[in-house]
Design a protein around this ligand. Structure first.
Ligand SMILES: [Zn+2]
Length: 225
């Protein structure tokens, strides 16, 4: 019994170490504004790169365990300080539904097509201040080309929420975050963590605004909320 307990303890320690290897960089970190590098086929086959992908899944799944918080539906490698063109996207989630879909990894993703139909929707991000959200214009549907983790090329079409997540995550690979897409004439909101359920219902009428200059200060690392 003692041995079993010890093994379990060791496994737990191992998992804890794995999760701690990479963490979210702060919103003012300059890496979030850099362009990430393409992953070569040779690099993709390496143990190191495959470990990075595993780490990204571990981090994202950890964040998804608490549905009361802002829910993680996508993750880009630069958000955890890795300047490589790797993203995770929940390809099954739908706006307004409580259930999550399945996270998938996409390497070197490229948007081959973006629909001319633009949709305004709310977005948040783990790489801006905790409580910052905004109304972001995005194409309603996209065609994505990428590699899977085994190096096979894929081309798929997505619409709605999933198309939005792809645009958000691929922006991270270019050093762009959602407030940059909102722009100085758009709408940024402050939303406290315990206000998220209300925000999901009433984001269009939200009254607590964040100014463009506050976002610029945050981005340059001068200010945190
Ligand atoms: Zn983000």
């Amino acid at each position: 019994m003692k041995c079993v307990l010890l093994c379990l303890f060791s496994i737990q320690l191992l998992i804890a170490e794995e999760v701690e290897k990479y963490t979210f960089v702060l919103p003012g970190d300059s890496r979030l504004q850099e362009v990430s590098a393409k992953v070569s086929l040779e690099e993709l086959q390496s143990k190191h790169l495959q470990e990075i992908i595993d780490q990204m899944f571990l981090i994202a799944r950890g964040e998804r365990s608490d549905m009361e918080k802002g829910v993680m539906v996508g993750l880009a490698a630069p958000q955890i300080g890795i300047l490589k063109r790797i993203i995770l996207v929940d390809t099954g989630v739908e706006m307004g539904k409580e259930e999550l879909g399945q996270l998938e990894v996409f390497i070197n993703p490229v948007l081959l097509k973006k629909s001319s139909t633009i949709v305004m929707e709310r977005e948040g991000c783990y790489s801006v201040a905790d409580c910052l959200c905004g109304i972001v214009p995005r194409s309603e549907s996209v065609v994505v080309q990428a590699l899977d983790r085994n190096g096979f090329s894929l081309t798929r079409e997505f619409s709605g929420m999933t198309a939005r997540i792809f645009q958000h995550e691929i922006d991270h690979l270019e050093g762009i975050r959602f407030p940059d897409r909102v722009g100085p004439d758009g709408v940024l909101h402050w939303v406290k963590e315990d206000e998220y359920p209300e925000y999901r219902k009433n984001w269009q009428q939200w009254k607590v605004l964040c100014s463009w200059s506050d976002w610029c200060a945050m981005k340059s690392g001068k200010k945190h909320n």
